[in-house]
Design a protein around this ligand. Structure first.
Ligand code: C5P
Length: 244
């Protein structure tokens, strides 16, 4: 597996703010996460803005509903990979999230729908990762076991990986195949404000735990100098030994 990669969470209020961030980070960041805040406000307008610039989009809408509804939502998400015009460098949707607590049938329906729609539209199927337990949830008894159970459920249903905290990543690495993707939010460079996150870790700890993608929002988005902050994290990533 290659070096881990940084994903910047585009968690801002307005499109103007998002546009400024994307421009500021253009040289340093390849993958941006579009979550419920931006997608609810701007929909495909924001994902396409990134895609025409060749940026990879991680659509983090954490689908969780009955299997038929999730399958339909996933189909709509895969359709975002098709360029609206003749754009040359239009990047297909890179990754999307479903929530593992939707259960096996829902997860399997999501993968099947993505496969079928990608084939129909002749686009690369986005990676599908399952949210296990939110990193804003505090550590509690049996949390590690629950995260592992959900990771194994995701694996069995054919997902490409999971979203989990750095604390559970080594356990997932131990029981899931090497190519199973681990996405870790709750990343805080040493000394950064933790906010509402509970299970946090530094970029170095995330890499050493076997994480493939580090999701960072506020430490970059709300920094006085987002570019400087992103570059410091990228440097820490490239100086850390990936143990995946
Ligand atoms: O600002 P911060 O770095 O805490 O942002 C983390 C991002 O990762 C947010 O967009 C949040 O929705 C997302 N996320 C998370 N925990 C998960 C899944 C996604 O914090 N389990």
């Amino acid at each position: 597996m290659n070096k881990a990669q940084l994903i910047v969470a585009l968690d801002v209020d307005t499109f103007d703010q998002a546009q400024k961030l994307i421009e500021d980070l253009d040289d340093s960041v390849d993958i941006f996460k579009v979550g419920s805040q931006m997608f609810t406000a701007y929909g495909p307008f924001v994902t396409r803005y990134l895609q025409v610039r060749g940026k990879k989009v991680f659509l983090d809408l954490k689908f969780h509903d009955i299997p038929n509804t999730v399958a339909s939502a996933v189909k709509s998400a895969v359709s975002l990979s098709v360029a609206p015009g003749n754009e040359q460098d239009f990047a297909p949707l890179h990754m999307l999230t479903v929530h593992t607590c939707g259960g096996h049938e829902m997860l399997e329906a999501a993968v099947k729908a993505a496969d079928e729609q990608a084939k129909k539209l002749k686009v690369k199927r986005p990676l599908i990762v399952g949210v296990t337990v939110l990193t804003s949830q505090a550590k509690e008894d049996k949390l590690q076991a629950l995260v592992l159970e959900r990771a194994l459920l995701a694996k069995r249903a054919g997902l490409d990986g999971v979203v989990a905290s750095v604390e559970e990543a080594p356990l997932i690495r131990r029981y899931c195949p090497k190519d199973f993707i681990i996405v870790t939010p709750g990343i805080r460079p040493a000394g950064a404000d933790v906010g509402d996150q509970k299970r946090v870790a530094t970029p170095q700890a995330a890499i050493e735990s076997g994480s493939n993608y580090l999701v960072v929002g506020r430490p970059i988005v709300q920094a006085d100098n987002p570019k400087k902050s992103a570059q410091a994290i990228i440097k820490e990533i490239s100086n850390s030994a990936f143990l995946g």
